[in-house]
Design a binder for this molecule. Sequence first.
Ligand code: HEM
Length: 261
Amino acid sequence: MKPVILLFTSSIGRKFLMAATGLVMVGFVAGHLAGNLQVFAHPDHLNGYAHFLQSLGPLLWVARSVLIVSVGVHIWAATVLTLENQAARGGTPYGVKHTIQATLASRMMRWTGCIVLAFLLYHLAHFTFGVAQPSTFKEAPPLNHYTMTEDYRVAGFVVVKAGAVVPDVHSMVILGFQNAVVALFYIVAVGLLSVHLLHGMDSLCQTLGLRNAKWSGGLRRIALVFCLLYFLGNLAIPGAVLTGLLQPHAPAATAPAAAAR
Ligand code: HEM
């Protein structure tokens, strides 16, 4: 029990909690991006995938709970560590360059973290709760629902059958990003999230004692490539919609297929 208490009551424990919850969130955002990139395939893919996730019921709520707890603990530990650092500095002027750099980096982490959190709340309202969905989507019932033209499989198992009527997440995403302001907000937010991830991975290595000659070389390059790919992958979706490369599927094209079944 004592080690668990120490995790919450000591500075190093809180740093560890930040690192562990950060890793959970990195896993989520990477998986989420991989799922979202199916928007470039036939609508069956993204729609089948989204419906499959929704159909997981209690399992989905277990995953959501882990994510919500991770976000909460991450923000709590960051706030406590920041307050502790400020109290420890006690207004002493910065004497050396690396202290200024460290302070700039942590200030940047706070700002990027707050903006990403604001983005997340908007994003949930946009796509999960549908409060901020585009009127083009809400007012177009044929686009609200999609009839699967083929089975959707996970690990070879059919999880959504052809002919099933599922929410049309594919059209929702594309119509959502046809609003340039919304698309640009997403691009800026994922850009800041990528910067946050890069600095976070740096801090993670410091917490785990990996910030040595090796980290400054190989591990940092891996983190850089990961964050760059993560940014480009996320940029690709609103970018392709804004440039007209991604268009919503024609509702009429799926209707006859559904009727034929
Ligand atoms: C281009 C970028 C993104 C796209 C296209 C996208 C798309 C979506 C869609 C369509 C949903 C709703 C799925 C459904 O209800 O069926 C969703 C949910 C969600 N997204 Fe994103 N997303 C993007 C970026 C992000 C980022 C950067 C984050 C994290 C900071 C994020 C976090 C979430 C969360 C937490 C949910 C709720 C998942 C749940 O239902 O439990 N998304 N996203």
